[in-house]
Design a protein around this ligand. Structure first.
Ligand code: BYC
Ligand code: FE
Ligand code: FE
Length: 470
């Protein structure tokens, strides 16, 4: 299972033994590089970035760190080792041998899940394309690029599955993945949030906090898949994902920390005048990005999710570790209901509520981080608490789309929503202000005035380290 770096496409799947597949992927590779050139980070392709590259798939020490130009990054195909005798863990095929080939009758559903997962990876690179121009520090610039190259690798992980297991239409899907564009009017990315602009670093931190965390939960669910190559691909992707989430949660915390400092240095002042971001604005960014990311889990009650579970394609997060009833066809799940007028509670079949189960796990995870942000504020002696909006607020997918709710989840009229919208969600003036602070600051050891430095650097290096060299 060692990673072979002597080949054009680094891999630990013995690609050389399958010439046809190798040739097909080597044909896709230049198109990928063209896509990177066209839609990846602008103006930094000749810089040397201190990046980590996978050198093993073992839990400990899988990464090598060194300065590389992004187009020379060794994007490759890495799966975690196969578990001998692995069985399907849930659904109607529970306890049968895990599939090493695509189960014919589920081919379309499986392909669709893989394509949807794949599509988000290049989308995020496109969304973050311009952020290098306004990086608050060299450290943050490096983290942006680390996230970008790894999202590129995640695309490789899924394209390998499409090429390897889905024949001609898999190859066509792989081409389409390079043709769609985030936010494009005619050929947009598949899922909602991945078509929204990420134009300032506060949004970048929200994205890695909330959107990459949807990635974590979807990958956890797919890592349980009965289709073994998908499960093994997602398991390795999860090891890379941890850093993306770290960038988000610590990024937000550092902005909060700085805002509190500036508030304390200038009691009673509008900290905008001192180049910091008011906590009220950070709160609005949280309302906006959290509500958008809740949509990524799909409808609360979904026959698709029941099908994916029943067919053994997509489980719950930590299906084998945290659950006991892996059949889930008899159980019910209690869920909020909404008929367009009245809120209530109802019991639905558990399999149909799998999207909601995953979303609830996701929300619980986030709540823990909100607590740590509030500790930062409390420690600074500032009287403010960040909170999450109710999951009914500002939704465009699922049960609550098409109606209006306040941040506490109470139904309100369209007029009441419009009247309060600017109190809850970023206004044009808010966006303009935050963007006005986004001025590139990339001298080693320096940092922009609206964010605190990190408590430590990358891979044991100090904050002042030259993470990016011209
Ligand atoms: N936007 O039955 P429902 C990541 C569609 S992020 C647009 O509830 P289902 C990353 C849905 O397709 C992780 N359309 O849907 C993060 C369906 O269409 P049809 C990405 C949406 O299938 C940061 C219809 O609405 N991975 O890795 O149960 C940086 C009915 O909905 C949306 C995955 O998502 C939406 N938000 O659930 C980089 C995993 N939601 O059938 C990377 C794979 C729903 O009417 N995907 N629809 O044509 C899935 O598991 C499922 O497709 C979803 C949707 C959970 C997304
Ligand atoms: Fe990813
Ligand atoms: Fe990610």
């Amino acid at each position: 299972m060692a990673i072979n770096y002597s080949e054009k496409i680094p891999n630990n799947v013995d690609l050389a033994s399958d010439r046809r597949l190798q040739r097909a992927l080597e044909k896709w590779q230049p198109h990928y590089l063209d896509w990177w050139e066209e839609t990846g980070p602008t103006d930094f392709n000749n810089h040397e970035i201190y990046l980590r590259t996978a050198i093993s798939v073992e839990r400990e020490g899988w990464a090598h760190f060194g300065h590389v130009k992004m187009p020379d990054y060794r994007w490759g195909i890495f799966l975690t080792p196969s578990e001998k005798g692995r069985k399907i863990g849930f659904g109607d095929h529970k306890d049968e041998d895990a599939w090493q080939e695509v189960p014919g009758e589920y081919r379309n559903n499986l392909k669709r899940l893989i394509v949807t997962q794949a599509d988000t990876e290049p989308a995020s690179v496109e969304q973050q394309r311009l952020l290098g121009h306004t990086a608050p520090s060299l450290y943050d610039l490096r983290n942006l690029f680390q996230v970008n190259v790894e999202e590129g690798r995640h695309l490789w992980a899924m394209v390998y599955l499409l090429h390897s297991y889905f024949g001609k239409d898999g190859r066509e899907e792989a081409d389409e993945l390079l043709a769609r564009r985030s936010g494009h009017a005619d050929h947009p990315r598949i899922l909602t949030t991945f078509n929204e602009p990420v134009e300032d670093w506060l949004s970048m931190f929200m994205f890695t906090m909330f959107t990459d965390r949807d990635g974590k939960y979807q990958l956890l669910a797919l890592a349980e898949s009965g289709f073994d190559p998908l499960a093994r691909s997602c398991k390795f992707m999860l090891t890379e994902e941890a850093h993306h989430l770290f960038v988000g949660q610590t990024g937000i915390s550092r902005v909060i920390q700085r805002s509190c400092e500036v508030m304390n240095e200038n009691p009673g002042a509008d900290i905008r005048e001192y180049g910091a971001i008011p906590l009220e604005l950070i709160q609005k960014w949280v309302y906006r990005w959290f509500s958008s990311c809740l949509d990524l889990f799909g409808a609360e009650v979904s026959s698709n999710s029941a099908t994916f579970f029943g067919q053994g394609l997509k489980g719950r997060a930590f299906e084998m570790r945290d659950h006991t009833d892996h059949d889930a066809s008899e159980a019910g799940f209690s869920i909020d209901s909404w008929d367009g007028k009245t809120l209530g509670r109802e019991e639905v079949p558990l399999r149909n509520a799998m999207n909601e189960v995953l979303r609830e796990d996701y929300i619980r995870d986030i709540e823990r981080h909100v607590k740590t942000w509030n500790k930062v504020i409390e420690k600074a002696g500032v009287d403010f608490e960040v909170h999450l909006p109710h999951n009914r607020f500002n939704r465009i997918v699922g049960l609550y789309s098409g109606a209006r709710f306040d941040v506490d989840g109470n139904p309100i009229t369209e007029e009441a929503f419009v009247a309060q919208r600017d109190k809850w969600l970023p206004t044009d003036a808010d966006l303009t202000f935050v963007k006005s602070l986004m001025v590139q600051c990339i001298e080693p050891g320096k940092i922009a005035g609206w964010i605190s430095p990190p408590s430590k650097g990358i891979n044991g290096n100090p904050f002042e380290f030259e993470y990016v060299r011209a």
